[in-house]
Structures are given as C-alpha cells and as structure tokens.
Design a protein around this ligand. Sequence first.
Ligand code: GDP
Ligand code: MG
Length: 227
Amino acid sequence: MSGRVSLVIPARNEAATLPGVLDELPWDLLHEVIVVEGGSTDDTFEVAKRYNHPKLMAVKQSGKGFGQANIQGIHMASGEFITVFDGDGSFDPQGLGLMLDKMDGGYDFVFCSRYLPEAGSDDDTAIRLLGNRIFTSLLRTMFGVRLSDALFYYCMGRREIYGKLPLISQDFSLCVEVPIRVHRMGCRYAELPLRERPRLAGASKVNAARDGALILAAMLRFLREIR
Ligand SMILES: Nc1nc2c(ncn2[C@@H]2O[C@H](COP(=O)(O)OP(=O)(O)O)[C@@H](O)[C@H]2O)c(=O)[nH]1
Ligand SMILES: [Mg+2]
C-alpha cells in the first residue's frame, strides 16, 4: 500500500466527530489508520467499523486510558512514520503533510507547537493555556527538552524509534513521556508551528486538575528514572 504514515486515532465517545475527521484525512499520505476505541458509551466503535475504508482498522483498546490506547496502536503500526491524531477534529490534517516534509529533512521526530509565532489554539481554555505554560517550562528545565508546547502531542516519529520507546503512561502523561524519551535517546527532533482548531462536537476527556496532577507525578517519576 502506498502512503508512509500510520495514524493512530484514540477515540472515546467520538461518534459525532469521527466520520468528519476521517473524511478530511489526506489518505494518499497514509499507510493505515488505526482507530483504538475504548470506554465509549456511544457507538464510536461501530461508526469506525462502518466507515469501511481499505486503509482503516478499528480495534477495541485492551485496557483503560488515553495512554494505554495509544501505546496499543503504536505497537500495531507498520508504516514508516507514526502520528497519534485526535478523533475530535481539533488536529488540522494539513499538519501531516507539513510534518512529513520536515521529517524528510533528516529528523527522527517532529512536534507541532501552538505557541510558536504564526500558530495558536482555538481549543485551549485559560486554565489549559496556563497549565501548558507551566508543564512546558518544567519539561525544559527538568529534562532539557527543547519544545515550546508540552501538551499538544501532535507529532510524527519514525516507527523504528517510536515503536521501541519504553512507553508506560496509561493516561494523558503520555504527552510528556514521548518528548522526554525522545530527548533522552538523543534523537534528532524539531518543531513546527501549527494552529489548533476547536473540537467539532462533544466534550474534552481532560480534567485539568486530575490530569495535571497525574502528569506532574509522572514527570517526577521520569526524573527519578535517571537519578
Ligand atoms: N480509546 C481511548 N481514547 C481516549 C481516551 N481518552 C481520550 N481519548 C481520545 O483521545 C483524544 C484526545 O482526547 P480529548 O478529550 O480530545 O483531549 P483534549 O484534546 O486534550 O481535550 C480524543 O480523540 C479522545 O476521544 C480513552 O480513555 N480511551
Ligand atoms: Mg481534543
């Protein structure tokens, strides 16, 4: 099959948005799309199955949480590159072509940033913007990661590296675990400015206080790993 990118779409209660997200994808760039559904009370899984595209596979997640769903999808992927892609319409699919072009400049990973000049977000709330600022400066000072947007988690990585990262985060901490491990492994990575769009429908699964605390605890754990 042509196309170089394996797209992993974690989805929980995204039945209303998933068809629109899939319609917009640049399928010729994609090797495959793996929808990993879990914990839904709507028919997200059936909607993904019904979409019936030859490059699309829908699976049930075997455990719980955003991180677990993504790690499962990342391990299933077989394309040259892997990107985790939101199922809510907030990721601009044009970012895929832009990241692919940048990867061809010789990078192992490319991370999109909403906080570089010419970027921005239509999905951030004030509390999430503040949290992201804090986590970004922690990521930079505690781990030396050279990124300006800790929590977007719209990135592309070479499968041979991405698939071998010893990822453990079951929750949203995966967003910081990936750049921490990429940096620690001495990978070549770069940033790309990209505007985040608003969610098309439904509600965010992020709880700023609970998930913020989980991410902070995970960062302290990752710091202890190297001590
Ligand atoms: N399979 C699975 N997907 C999830 C889970 N939690 C969130 N997602 C999906 O992960 C993506 C990002 O979550 P979202 O709520 O949009 O987070 P936000 O973009 O930070 O507001 C969406 O496509 C969600 O449906 C989960 O526990 N399991
Ligand atoms: Mg989202």
